[in-house]
Design a protein around this ligand. Sequence first.
Ligand code: ADP
Ligand code: ADP
Length: 231
Amino acid sequence: KETVRLREVRRLYGTATHTVKALDSVTASFHAGTLTAIMGPSGSGKSTLLHCAAGLDRPTGGTVVIDGTDLGSLSENGLTLLRRERVGFVFQSFNLVSALTAEQNVALPLRLAGRAAPPGLVRAALAEVGLADRAGHRPSGLSGGEQQRVAIARALITKPAVVFADEPTGQLDIRASRQILGMLRGLVDDHGQTMIMVTHDPVTASYADRVLFLADGRVVDEYSGTVTAET
Ligand code: ADP
Ligand code: ADP
C-alpha cells in the first residue's frame, strides 16, 4: 500500500540575490512496511524533502499525498492536525520535554490532540521499546539510547501510518545506534509502518529496504531491495 506520494515536488528558496532550488521535481512513492533512507551530500535537499513530505514545509510546486490526503488541500490547522494524528517524528536530538517523565513525554501527542492518554496504553508503548521500568524517569536520568527509545514510543503512540526520522542515530554510539535501528526495523516489519529516514551514515542506511540518493535537489540514484519507485 502506497502511503506517501510525492509528485514533481519543487521547493525554491528566494534570497535577496538569487533563487535556490532546494528540490527540483522530486517524484517518489513510499509503501507501508518499508523503511526508506534518504542520503546525499550536505545541501542536496534531504531536510527539505523530509519537511515537505511530512507537511512541515509547503512545496513551491507539485503534490504531496499522505495516507490519501493531498496536503495542498489542507489549511494550516488541517496540516497541524495531520502531523499530530497521522504522522510520527523522531529527531537526532530526541526533542523530549525535560520537565516531563518518560511516561508523560510518551502521552504528550495524545494530550495535545485533546485525547485521553490511558496509562495502560502509555505503559505498553514504553514496554514495547524496553523501558517499562523507566516510566517515571526524566530525560536527564536516561542514556541517549534510552531517550531515543522514549522518543520512538512517543512517535508511535498515535499509531501513525508514517514515521519520519531525521538522523535518528546521529547522537548515539554504535551500540545504541544498532539497538535503535533494530527497533525501528522491527516496527516496520511487525506493524507495517512506512518509515522515511534521512541519514548520512551507511550503517544506518543498511537497515533500509531502499535508499534514495539526492544531489542538487534531485533523486539521482536509487538502490532498492524490494520496492520499485516511479521516478
Ligand atoms: P540537506 O538536508 O541535504 O543538507 P537542505 O534541504 O537543508 O539540504 O538544503 C538544500 C538547499 O536549500 C541548500 O542549498 C540550502 O542552502 C538551501 N536552503 C535550505 N533551507 C533554506 C532556507 N530557509 N533559505 C534559503 N535556502 C535554504
Ligand atoms: P503546533 O503549532 O501545534 O505546536 P508544530 O507545527 O509546532 O505544531 O508541530 C507539529 C509536529 O511537527 C510536532 O510533532 C513537532 O514535533 C513537529 N515539528 C515541529 N517543528 C519541526 C521541525 N522544525 N522539524 C521537524 N519536526 C518539527
